[in-house]
Design a protein around this ligand. Structure first.
Ligand SMILES: Cc1ncc(COP(=O)(O)O)c(C=O)c1O
Length: 427
């Protein structure tokens, strides 16, 4: 069996974590800070837990330049998938609450029956959630919105497959996008982990205009590229990400939520109103307001997972004086090395996504050497594994190879893979 130091693991998530972070975490699991009790055993109501949460929030805010007077940082508990549902519940709630505000401005002390009548009319005529579908994960989020609300309220802004022979792999030009007017949310996935498609930059069409009060309410899933490049946070209403790629271990997800969508500015509508107007009431664990009010401790949170995320952030801040910009340079360098090696041998490898949509984090390719793709890919994997390059098999739904080039992959790890790609092609 190989040792940890002999392996470079390119799995897509859970992903490899820095060894020193895991060593620190392993010690803390047994005895946190010389207390004789491990961090998973200390009460989530203890000062230790509060400090771990606050430090992780502050370090994340510092690393990504998140203004905590404008955004709340929440630790949530149902993974990235839980956030597919949470964003729908919370932003539909905010949309309804704004219609309630408007109605109460028009009629003071509006009777509930009249309010319900007006809301139902607005919902039928105006409620829309916009989804930009560029890969398997945004497709899942789109399907979840339909499951929770019904198809009539969910607008497919663009389906990238329609622009690429039925397959994901491109980001269609913004001129083809069909955005709704005043949507309750516009959703996109910044990096599609399964399909290797990443937005090269924030979509210009979604950019907020200063002083406008009808800016799009943008939601981004950044589960698989967060902490790897600068994010225009202020153009977003919600950014979420599962921890288990660049941030830490599976078990927590982070939601960065604009405070204007939280009480006191925007409370969630009363459950009885939501029932009367036929819209879903969120399970309490999916509602951002109670999680925010309790500094992510509405119920028992895995402080151990937050601790690991905190250690990863501390390491990033210590490694890169220019914070995420420093990490971005390395991420780009590593991605260029691997794509460069693949592009050098077009008879042997085919990169799946188009050039303009290539992910720096999940590098998806086929091995087409000698025409027998199955055999060539089996051989590629077998030889790579022998060299300690593991986790390279693509997602079961699309096949092929996928090198997940997350932050924990060192430059040397990427160089080793690039060299193997070249050697294999020439063998
Ligand atoms: C981009 C993206 N979004 C969402 C998810 C779902 O995350 P989870 O498994 O934490 O529910 C994943 C999982 O890999 C992902 O890569």
């Amino acid at each position: 069996m190989p040792s940890r130091s002999e392996i470079t693991y390119f799995g897509a998530g859970p992903a490899a974590l820095p060894t020193d972070v895991l060593e620190t975490a392993a010690k803390a699991l047994v005895d946190y800070n010389g207390t004789g009790l491990g961090i998973a055993e200390h009460s989530h109501r203890s000062q230790y837990a509060t400090d771990i949460i606050n430090n992780a929030k502050n370090d994340l805010a510092s690393y990504l330049d998140i203004d905590q007077s404008v955004y709340d940082i929440l630790f949530m508990q149902a993974g990235g998938t839980g956030e597919f549902s949470a964003v729908v519940y919370n932003l539909v709630g905010a949309w309804v609450q704004n219609k309630i505000f408007e109605a109460s401005k028009e009629v003071t002390d509006i009777p509930q029956d009249e309010l319900v009548r007006r809301l139902k009319e607005k919902i039928a005529n105006e409620l829309k959630l916009d989804y930009i579908v560029t890969g398997s994960w945004s497709l899942k989020a789109y399907e979840e919105a339909i499951r929770l609300l019904g198809k009539e309220y969910v607008n497919l802004v663009v389906d990238a497959r329609e622009h690429n022979n039925g397959k994901f792999g491109v980001i269609p030009d913004e001129s083809t996008w069909k955005l709704s007017e005043n949507a309750a949310l516009v959703y996109y996935c910044d990096n599609e982990t399964v399909d290797g498609v990443e937005f090269p930059a924030f979509p210009e069409i979604l950019r907020s205009k200063p002083d406008s009060d009808s800016n799009p309410i943008v939601v981004a899933d950044m589960s698989s590229n967060i902490l790897s490049r600068r994010v225009p946070v202020n153009d977003h209403s919600i950014i979420f990400f599962g921890a288990q790629k660049n941030l830490g271990s599976a078990g927590v997800a982070v939601a960065v939520v604009k405070k204007t969508f939280l009480p006191p500015v925007t409370p969630q509508p009363q459950p009885d109103i939501m029932r009367k107007i036929g819209l879903p009431v969120p399970p309490i664990m999916m509602e951002y307001a109670p999680i925010a009010k309790n500094n992510s401790l509405y119920n028992t949170l895995s402080i151990f997972d937050v601790f690991i995320a905190g250690q990863v952030l501390k390491k990033l801040l210590a490694t890169y004086p220019d914070k995420v910009d420093g990490q971005r340079k390395v991420a780009e360098q590593k991605a260029q090395l691997i794509y460069g090696a693949l592009d050098k041998f077009p008879d042997v490898y085919k990169v799946v996504p188009s050039k303009g949509a290539r992910s720096r984090m999940n590098i998806c390719f086929r091995v087409i050497k000698n025409g027998d793709v199955d055999a060539a890919e089996k051989e590629f994997l077998a030889q790579a594994t022998k060299l300690g390059l593991t986790g390279l098999k693509g997602h079961r739904s699309v096949g092929g190879m996928r090198a997940s080039n997350y932050n924990s992959i060192s430059l040397e790890g990427a160089q080793k893979l690039a060299k193997f790609i070249a050697d294999f092609a020439q063998s």
